[in-house]
Design a protein around this ligand. Structure first.
Ligand code: GUN
Length: 294
């Protein structure tokens, strides 16, 4: 079994980005700048946004968090986004999801300039991705692809089961894995909450990408020998051994499934760090596209 070490791969990519930023600074150019909008006080969202800012700062990007009240109106939020769209000192803009119920996420995502949409959630970027044209790829699927490339996992013609059909992970990764590309070309099946007899599908899968949000869902008796496991789940469970009182586990029963897997991502330290570094890469791409145009 080989561990897909997202922590070390993300570090390698961050070091490379950091050296690029140092070059920019030595040329007295402005640094890449990511803005994250956080609406309300969802604790998980706060943690994610803070981690993104920390990652930006570590590699020398400028980063700004705009923290808005839970009750901000949709129109006010859109006004703020439109203002940032016009600000030539900002390269990337993300609005952390989920948003409060009175705000339409699709409308908000659509309001972000597709040139600054480093989350890759704008319909223009998703459309380009579907057509195989260059675009900002959503961070988690982009990170998964990079792990697969780094470990040169054979995906061609393989049965790839994606569990979960979210706009952020399941749906885009299913499209990317079926592309006509070296580390793709898989035969993809998407399973979701209405899927019947999921064990029949998991037992037939060569590659399983799971983004379900159910701790330890995938057990050893559900997978075949040699399976590749990509676990996107991040679930907090109570733990007396940890000072915080909780620890993170994925959607996969790691200790049992690893005995049968050829490759497997740990949680934490697998897909999570790759998601953040992909956001940094997209921000750097947005910056370069802007600078090259000026
Ligand atoms: N909520 C959960 N994942 C993400 C993400 O990748 N980007 C944003 N903006 N919100 C999220």
């Amino acid at each position: 079994m080989i561990l897909l070490d997202g922590k070390s791969l993300s570090k390698k990519i961050r070091l490379h980005l950091h050296s690029q930023v140092k070059k920019i600074i030595s040329l007295k150019k402005r640094k890449p700048h990511l803005v994250a909008i956080l609406v309300g006080n969802n604790p998980a969202s706060k943690t994610y946004v803070t981690s993104k800012q920390k990652a930006c700062n570590e590699i020398g990007f400028d980063s700004t968090i705009i923290h808005l009240d839970e009750n901000i109106s949709q129109d006010e939020l859109i006004k703020k986004i439109l203002k940032i769209n016009l600000d030539s000192n900002i390269d990337g803009l993300i609005v952390q999801l989920p948003l409060p119920n009175h705000i339409d996420e699709f409308l908000i995502t659509k309001s972000i300039s597709d040139k600054k949409d480093v989350d890759g959630f704008h319909p223009v970027n998703l459309g380009k991705m579907m057509l195989g044209a260059p675009s900002f790829l959503p961070a988690t699927p982009f990170g998964i692809i990079k792990l697969i490339e780094e470990y040169e996992i054979d995906t061609v013609g393989k049965n790839c089961l994606v569990i979960g059909r979210s706009n952020i992970v399941g749906r885009p990764i299913s499209i990317l894995m079926s592309r006509n590309a070296k580390f793709a070309n898989a035969t993809v099946t998407v399973a979701h909450s209405r899927t019947k007899d999921i064990k029949n599908l998991t037992l037939n899968a060569d590659i399983i990408i799971i983004a379900l949000g159910k701790e330890n869902f995938l057990k050893a008796d559900m997978v075949k020998e040699g399976v590749v496991i990509i676990d996107v789940g991040i679930n907090r469970i109570k733990s007396k051994e940890h000072k915080s009182g909780w620890r993170l586990v994925g959607d996969v029963d790691f200790n049992s499934v690893k005995q049968k897997a050829s490759f497997i991502t740990p949680v934490p330290g697998g897909v999570g760090p790759m998601t953040i570094v992909s956001l940094l890469q997209n921000t750097f791409l947005a910056y370069k596209q802007k600078i090259n145009k000026i």
